[in-house]
Design a binder for this molecule. Structure first.
Ligand code: ACO
Length: 432
């Protein structure tokens, strides 16, 4: 029993109540307001969940003021520099870094779940050739539920684990197939002899006509990008997965819901928007116009890739990606990349502008990722699908954690009702 409490007094009745305070291992504690309605008949009001913890979690820690991000206690900088994406997947899912033997077994499981049912391939034929890859991803991932009826017993840990492995393994295959559909090219099957990221790039870019060798540079950069996007605690898409799952919905349907949320331009869809924005800006001389647009409250334009609900400091992922961007472009001998030059200058100007300084608006993870993806030959319409592949592990880890949480209940927020109080029904002939 937690001894810490916070005394709250209702100014109208003068009654007081001691609300329990839940400690965290690091970071802010939380006042447990779940008893407030019973005590006072009051709800709490927090649109956008700015100061609301929706659950307890042991997966990812963020200190937005200090620009810190850790998976299971490990700094993102260390993981980005030293780990493979599947190693990070294992860490997130199981809470510990794997030994070599354990990692090999895990890699084998993920690799062998990469294949999708042949019937699933037919779904793509129902999509128009210029359908957005994210639209196809939502539909096809949701339809996975229809293929695994026999292993959807959520009370069985083995079946839950199987679902997690399937989602992480099949997302790259489905995303690559969506891309191939837009190209009118045949799907390329996953290869059991390739590493996760290598396999994905092979499925994206190989054709049956000639041998395709995956570039090590692309594989390395993508591995790092996937690590940086793997989890980010209770962000919009992860919270969507949790809310969908809270009703007992199957994990494939919940992941489809998560992908839907990710697609929005305020969230994962921003990586595509950043590239479009940089292209619209076009050259350094136009930056000021766009900065002014972003500051103008009558203009809906926002500087894409800038700002974050949690980070009030440089997003640590963006810091890493800025360096990676330099490195990748250098290695590709693309040192005068005009979009990168533009992005650097835009960042410099924005970070000196009072509007951005006052509001603590810094580049976020999406600001530089698109430039790297583009340099590696990934089409802009696939950027958010890249994010979805990487985040699938975060979503599944949160889903697994939630399934074991004894406090988990159906998510059911309340509201402040502002509609009519009571009206009398009028027969149609008497209405004005
Ligand atoms: N450009 C211009 N002004 C901005 C921007 C921006 N990119 N972001 C925030 N602001 C301003 C707001 O207008 C607001 O100003 P005000 O106080 O004068 O009203 C203030 O900064 C606070 O912004 P909010 O919208 O209240 O912040 P919130 O936490 O709700 O939104 C968000 C965060 C959605 C990320 C926002 O910064 C944004 O729209 N950024 C651009 C889209 C983007 O890059 N999204 C990716 C986020 S990272 C991710 O999800 C992977």
């Amino acid at each position: 029993m937690n001894a810490k409490t916070m005394l709250l007094t209702d100014p109208i009745s003068g009654r007081s109540v001691n609300l329990p305070v839940r400690d965290s291992t690091i970071g802010p504690a939380a006042v447990d307001v779940s008893g407030l309605y019973k005590e006072f008949g009051l709800f709490t009001y927090d649109p956008g969940f700015v100061a609301t913890a929706s659950c307890s979690s042991s997966i990812t820690y963020i200190d937005g003021e200090a620009g810190i991000l850790r998976y299971r206690g490990y700094p993102i900088e260390d993981l980005a520099a030293k780990a493979s994406f599947l190693e990070v997947c294992y860490l997130l899912l199981y809470g510990e870094l794997p030994t070599e033997t354990v990692l090999t077994k895990f890699e084998r499981s993920i690799t062998h779940h990469g294949l999708i049912n042949e019937a699933l391939k037919n779904f793509f034929n129902g999509f128009h050739h210029n359908a957005h890859p994210m639209a196809m991803l939502i539909g096809v991932v949701g339809s996975l539920s229809a293929f695994y009826h026999d292993t959807l017993d959520l009370s069985t840990p083995e079946q839950r684990e199987l679902a997690a492995h399937r989602v992480i393994a099949k997302l790259p295959t489905i995303a690559a197939a969506a891309y191939k559909h837009t190209r009118g090219e045949p799907f390329i099957y996953p290869r059991y002899d390739m590493r996760y990221v290598e396999n994905f790039l092979h499925m994206m870019f190989a054709t049956p006509c000639e041998q395709y060798r995956v570039s090590r540079l692309a594989e390395k950069a993508m591995n790092l990008l996937f690590i940086l996007h793997a989890d980010h605690e209770q962000n919009a898409s992860t919270s969507t997965v949790r809310l969908a799952a809270s009703s007992g919905a199957n994990p494939y349907a919940c992941i489809a819901a998560g992908i839907t949320s990710l697609w929005g331009k305020a969230h994962g869809g921003a990586n595509e928007e950043v590239l479009n924005m940089l292209e619209h800006i076009g050259s350094v001389e136009h930056i000021e116009t766009y900065i002014n647009k972003a500051k103008d409250k009558d203009d809906p334009f926002r500087l894409m890739g800038f700002g974050h609900r949690v980070y009030k400091h440089y997003d640590p992922r963006a810091k890493i990606l800025r360096e990676v961007c330099h490195r990748v472009l250098n290695e590709l001998a693309d040192t005068n990349n005009p979009l990168f030059e533009l992005a650097l200058r835009l960042e410099e100007i924005a970070l000196q502008d009072e509007y951005f300084v006052e509001r603590k608006l810094y580049p976020n993870v999406d600001f530089y990722s698109g430039i790297i993806y583009r340099a590696l030959g990934i089409p802009v319409s696939m950027f958010t699908a890249m994010f979805a592949i990487a985040r699938s592990v975060g979503w599944m880890t949160h889903w697994l954690e939630m399934m074991e949480d004894p406090e988990q209940r159906i998510g059911r927020p309340r509201q402040v009702y502002l509609g009519h109080t009571l009206r009398t029904y009028q027969p149609i002939g008497k209405r004005q």
